[in-house]
Design a binder for this molecule. Structure first.
Ligand code: 1GP
Length: 247
C-alpha cells in the first residue's frame, strides 16, 4: 500500500497529485530518463509508464531502470495489456477498462497479468478505467464504447460500478493527445458520486488553466503526457501545471 498511501497523502495535504506519463515506445530509455528527471525538477509527484502499443518487454524494463537511476519518485505502471507488467516498477495501476466491448480489456489481460504482478511483488492499485470521447488510440485499441462528452450520468454510472466493485481509483480518460479532458460538469458529477474515492483525470491537458479547471471540478489527480513529450522545457511546463493545481 506504500505508493497508494503516498499518492493519497499528497492529495490530502496538497489538494492534488500531478502524474507525468511517459510512453516507453516514444523515445529511448535515456531520453525517457532525462524527461523524468526534468519532470521531477518541476515538481511532479510520480511517473506513470505505459502506452497502448509497443510499451512492453525489454524497452519497458530498460526505460524504468534508467529512470530509477536518476530520480527517487515512485514509478507506476499504466499497462495497455498484460505485457505492460515490469518487476522494475514500484506499483501498477491494476485497471479494468469498464466500458470496453472486449472482455480481454475488462478481465482477460488482468488474468494473464495478475500472476506476473504477484511474482514481481509490485504493489497493485485497483482502478476503474473509463474512456470518454474522442478516446484516441487507447479507445480504438481497447474497443471502448466511448461515453459521449455531454453524458455525465453515464460516466457516473460506470464510476459507481467501479467503486461498488471495490476499485479504489477511477480514471476518466479522453485519450492521449485529445483536444481536452472530460468536461467540468462530468468531472464534478463523477467526484460527487465517488465521495472519498480518488478521481484521476487525463487526456488533452496542456496548460495551467485546463488543469486548474479539472481540479476545481473535483479531480484528485491530473495526468499529463503529450505536453511533456512536445515541450522543449519539461521542467518549466510541469512547474506551470503543478503550481496551478496545488494548494
Ligand atoms: C493518456 O490521459 C493520458 O492516457 C495523458 O494524455 O497525452 O493528452 O496528456 P495526454
Amino acid at each position: 500500500m506504500q505508493v497508494e498511501k503516498y499518492l493519497n497523502e499528497i492529495a490530502e495535504r496538497e489538494g492534488t497529485v500531478h502524474l507525468t506519463l511517459i510512453d516507453p515506445a516514444s523515445q529511448s530509455p535515456e531520453e525517457a530518463a532525462a524527461m523524468a528527471f526534468a519532470a521531477a525538477q518541476g515538481g511532479t509527484d510520480a511517473i506513470m509508464i505505459g502506452g497502448s502499443t509497443g510499451a512492453g518487454g525489454v524497452l519497458l524494463d530498460q526505460t524504468i531502470s534508467k529512470i530509477k537511476e536518476v530520480i527517487d519518485l515512485p514509478i507506476i505502471l499504466f499497462p495497455g495489456s498484460a505485457s505492460g507488467v515490469s518487476a522494475y516498477a514500484d506499483a501498477i495501476f491494476f485497471m479494468s477498462l469498464l466500458n470496453s466491448r472486449d472482455i480481454n480489456y475488462i478481465t482477460g489481460n488482468q488474468v494473464m497479468g495478475a500472476p506476473l504482478v504477484y511474482k514481481s511483488g509490485i504493489e497493485a492499485i485497483s482502478m476503474a478505467y473509463i474512456i470518454i470521447e474522442p478516446g484516441g488510440t487507447v479507445g480504438w485499441v481497447g474497443d471502448a464504447r466511448l461515453i459521449p462528452k455531454n453524458k455525465p450520468e453515464i460516466a457516473v454510472a460506470y464510476s459507481l460500478a467501479g467503486k461498488y466493485l471495490g476499485m479504489h481509483y477511477t480514471y476518466l480518460e479522453t485519450g492521449s493527445g485529445a483536444d481536452g479532458p472530460a468536461t467540468p460538469q462530468m468531472i464534478a458529477s463523477v467526484k460527487h458520486a465517488l465521495g472519498n474515492n480518488m478521481l484521476i483525470v487525463g487526456g488533452g491537458i496542456r496548460d495551467a488553466e485546463t488543469a486548474r479547471k479539472c481540479v476545481q471540478s473535483g479531480a484528485d489527480m491530473i495526468v499529463t503526457g503529450t505536453v511533456v513529450e512536445e515541450t522543449s522545457d519539461v521542467t518549466g511546463k510541469i512547474r506551470e501545471l503543478v503550481s496551478a493545481i496545488k494548494k
